[in-house]
Design a protein around this ligand. Structure first.
Ligand SMILES: [Zn+2]
Ligand SMILES: [Zn+2]
Length: 296
């Protein structure tokens, strides 16, 4: 399997001299199986440079998995060149939201409406198929099996595990490990605590043992506790805890804050590593970086 990071920034594209080393594009990951299947995770602005790299491979088939439909995970899709080219076959997977009663097709269709984009959805020339995925219900993507698992974020967010030929990968999308909303004196505290434990276990079950985990590590613990609780994002520390508990081999911290310049990003990451001295069996822990290719 081969992973390439095309966008590692959270919330909003952040180009410029301050982010040139880690990159300013929003979330997009490309996973290639050894059989050559193209799996794309999220369609942030990083999907545009990805699409440039695919021009020589058309006609192509690609399996796109959307973790959730916040802008930073979908806004590149109208600029994904293969959707305009006949002969390409694109399968776009995502959630059906029971609150809005909308599937992935309806939600993504909005950004192709006349007010926002000059090309109408009907004019897209590729063969497009939309698939609503379900929690813990694996789907096939070429030679790979992709298992969605519901994470914790202000909109439905699926993490995806990819298994192919004995190799495995997991991407959280945006995820804040759930915390107890009651205080320990409250009668609901214990019940809620058990619910959280179950939820975390259901997530860990899917992540367990993967070769590569890419996890939302937006904040430092200080940033998190001073005003970011409930925003739906993890910290370096929560990602390290998940990676250790799940026994993964390699962890990439991603969804870098748009305000975090390269040197600052390296500094807060070094501090995070120092808070968690290496233990036996620990994963290798790295920062996700635009353009980085990982073979496993
Ligand atoms: Zn995001
Ligand atoms: Zn989000």
């Amino acid at each position: 399997m081969k992973l390439r990071f095309w966008g590692v920034r959270g919330s909003i594209p952040s180009p410029g001299p301050n982010t040139v080393r880690y990159g300013g594009n929003t979330t997009c990951l490309e996973v290639r199986t050894d059989a050559g299947d193209i799996i794309i995770l999220d369609a942030g602005t990083g999907i545009f440079p990805l699409s440039q790299s695919l021009l020589g491979e058309m006609p192509l088939a690609a399996h796109i998995f959307i973790t959730h439909t916040h802008w930073d995970h979908i806004q590149g899709l109208p600029f994904f060149i293969p959707i305009f080219v006949p002969g390409n076959n694109l399968r776009i997977h995502g959630a059906f939201d029971p609150i809005t009663q909308k599937g992935i097709r309806e939600v993504l269709g909005v950004q192709m409406e006349y007010s926002y984009f000059p090309v109408r959805e009907a004019e897209l020339k590729a063969s497009l198929e939309y698939i609503n995925v379900m929690d813990h219900q694996p789907v096939q993507a070429g030679a790979a099996t992709v298992t969605p698992v519901l994470m914790n974020h202000p909109v439905l967010n699926f993490g995806y595990r990819i298994d192919c030929e004995g190799k495995s990968f997991f991407f959280t999308g945006d995820h804040e490990p759930p915390a107890n909303i009651y205080s320990p004196e409250d009668s609901f505290y214990q019940q809620y605590q058990e619910m959280i434990a179950q939820k975390n276990e259901a997530i860990l079950d899917v992540i367990r043992g993967v070769d590569v985990l890419v996890a939302d590590s937006s904040y430092t613990p200080e940033e998190y506790t001073t005003g970011k609780v409930g925003w739906g994002h993890g910290t370096y520390d929560t990602s390290i805890a998940i990676a250790r508990a799940a026994g993964v081999k390699k962890l990439f911290c991603t969804h870098h804050e748009p305000t975090r310049r390269d040197d600052k990003l390296e500094a807060v990451f070094a501090e995070a590593l120092a808070r968690h001295p290496r233990q036996e069996g620990d994963p290798e822990i790295l920062l996700a970086q635009e353009g980085l290719v990982v073979e496993f």
